[in-house]
Ligand binder design. Structure first.
Ligand code: ZN
Length: 264
């Protein structure tokens, strides 16, 4: 049992300590809220989301730290911007990962980041090839896209907004992914380079399991706008809470520059 994690209770405690508006975009299968924080009052909308995967709760801690930073320095938010942050898309998975080693899925054993509508049949074919025949701690895509409470909530939320760019935060690898089936805007690669310059992040193209069904994949496919997956930190999941300061320092320039992508 590993209690030294940034779990659902840590998030709720943090939400009590911020001044920004927040609300729930929906409930998980186990009834936890999927919280969203709004900062900025502009019309250009951008979305940062983390902890799609159970073991990747350090992304939630990092995003909440960024939110507090923006509260202390509101000038960092461009004037015409509204930033929406969903720090923990999969709180059930985060909690389950405390006592089930290697748990990335939601409470029903579906991997939220394989359940978006982007190449679902490819995900299913990969599953079969890799011996995944049903609910699993990782990589099971579910019976059909958006079959899960978490992905359905995100789908409805995105559909009710006009996001210029979305960022999905995962761990680990210090990598930024920007493409999906060549459907992304032609300048996406250049923007990914811009995001990572003067950092240790590398711009990458996914292969195999990582290629389908992800949130940014669906967003790119659906809107032909920029979607990025950012793999924070280096090491083995779950990255320890003690990595937070370094991860934050490494990722901060990207988080700040990311805000500007909504203005392109
Ligand atoms: Zn992940």
């Amino acid at each position: 049992m590993n209690n030294r994690i940034y779990g659902y209770n840590s998030l709720k405690a943090d939400l009590k300590n911020i001044n920004s508006e927040f609300f729930s975009i929906g409930k998980t299968h186990l009834g936890r809220e999927i919280y969203c924080i709004k900062q900025g009052t502009g019309t250009k909308e951008i979305l940062y989301a983390g902890a799609f995967h159970g073991m990747e709760w350090l992304t939630s801690a990092m995003l909440m730290k960024f939110i507090k930073n923006l509260e202390n320095s509101p000038d960092l938010i461009p004037e015409n911007l509204a930033l929406f942050t969903i720090p923990m898309v999969n709180p059930d998975g985060v909690e389950i990962s405390k006592f089930r080693e290697g748990w990335q899925a939601n409470a029903r054993g579906v991997d939220p980041n394989h359940n978006f509508d982007a190449g679902h049949e490819n995900s299913r074919a990969f599953e079969k090839a890799h011996g995944i025949t049903g609910p699993s701690k990782t990589r099971y895509a579910g019976l059909y896209p958006f079959s899960e409470a978490e992905t359905d909530a995100l789908y409805k939320f995105v559909k009710n907004h006009d996001f210029k760019t979305v960022f999905a935060f995962h761990s680990q690898g210090m990598e930024v992914y920007y493409n999906y089936e060549n459907l992304e805007p032609p300048y996406s690669y250049a923007v990914a380079k811009f995001l990572t310059e003067n950092t240790d992040y590398k711009v990458c193209t996914p292969s195999g399991f990582a290629s389908f069904g992800g949130f940014k994949d669906w967003f790119i496919k659906e809107y032909r706008r920029m979607g990025f997956t950012v793999e924070i930190g280096l090491g083995e999941n779950p990255l320890p809470l003690s990595d937070l300061e370094k991860v934050y320092k490494d990722t901060y320039p990207l988080l700040i520059k990311g805000l500007k992508t909504a203005l392109i």
